[in-house]
Write a protein that binds this ligand. Structure first.
Ligand SMILES: [Zn+2]
Length: 254
């Protein structure tokens, strides 16, 4: 009965009700100033839980830990929001990053995603439906490609990395971010895992790769130059709800 009623509610209304429920649930978190979202400027007692993690989700802009870290890196470390003008391709566009990007006069912004069932809580409908391992743009088109949590889902991730390399301009770079266990020396794919092992390693999520300490080497193997990112140790990571071990992989073509 409950399911039948749910099916009768239009999806826009469902989304609106979901938003109201989230704002109501967020009230206890909003009483306090122990953490702050750098993207939307809202402060909280703590961020809200997200899946199995506490202190993770900003109910105002929908950012997670990785988004806040990537935003700070883009803004303060990489000069992303400043001149010169740049052409950017963003896979699985993260909803919390979009307002700052589309308002910026120096960014020509193109979004893409392969999935047709978008995770409405953190991503939005893209400009192009295409896979990162078959990018529908000519060589040397973009100054920057952003791929957050994408490679981990792609069966042939080496092909995807080569495609990103191909569409970047000679001075361009890509930002990759995926779940990585640095205590695991070698990456491996899900083909080697039992369902129980997948549950344990992926917390029930459908991902193709279990990445280890060789992640940067996998990018280098396709031609990129990659330096170790230590920016998380230079910021007030606790204030922004970011692990001091968090890192992104800035992969330079030139
Ligand atoms: Zn926020």
């Amino acid at each position: 009965m409950k399911q039948a009623v749910k099916r009768l509610i239009p999806s826009q209304l469902k989304q609106h009700l979901g938003g109201l429920r989230l704002q109501f649930k967020s009230i206890p978190y909003r009483v306090g100033n122990d953490v702050e979202c750098p993207i939307c400027g809202t402060h909280y007692k703590s961020f809200m839980p997200f899946r199995y993690r506490n202190n993770a989700y900003c109910p105002t802009c929908k950012s997670l830990e990785r988004h806040r870290y990537i935003y700070l890196n883009l803004r303060d470390n990489l000069g992303f929001y400043a001149a010169p003008r740049k052409k950017v391709l963003h896979f699985a566009p993260d909803i919390c990053l979009i307002p700052s990007i589309v308002q910026n006069p120096f960014i020509e912004y193109i979004t893409a995603d392969y999935m047709t069932s978008f995770t409405s809580s953190i991503t939005i409908k893209p400009d192009y439906v295409m896979s990162i391992d078959n990018i529908l743009f000519p060589d040397e088109t973009f100054d920057l490609v952003i791929a957050i949590g994408i490679l981990v889902m792609v069966p042939n991730d080496a092909q995807a990395i080569r495609e990103v390399f191909r569409v970047l301009k000679p001075s361009g770079y890509a930002i990759f971010h995926d779940p990585i266990n640095l205590n695991q020396p070698q990456s491996f794919s899900d083909a080697n895992l039992t369902p129980d092992e997948k549950q344990k390693l992926y917390h029930g999520h459908d991902q193709r790769w279990y990445y280890g300490a060789d992640y940067a080497d996998r990018l280098r193997a396709q031609g990129f130059a990659v330096e170790t990112d230590t920016y998380a140790q230079q910021i007030d990571a606790k204030r922004y709800g970011i692990s001091p071990n968090e890192r992104i992989y800035v992969a330079k073509k030139g």
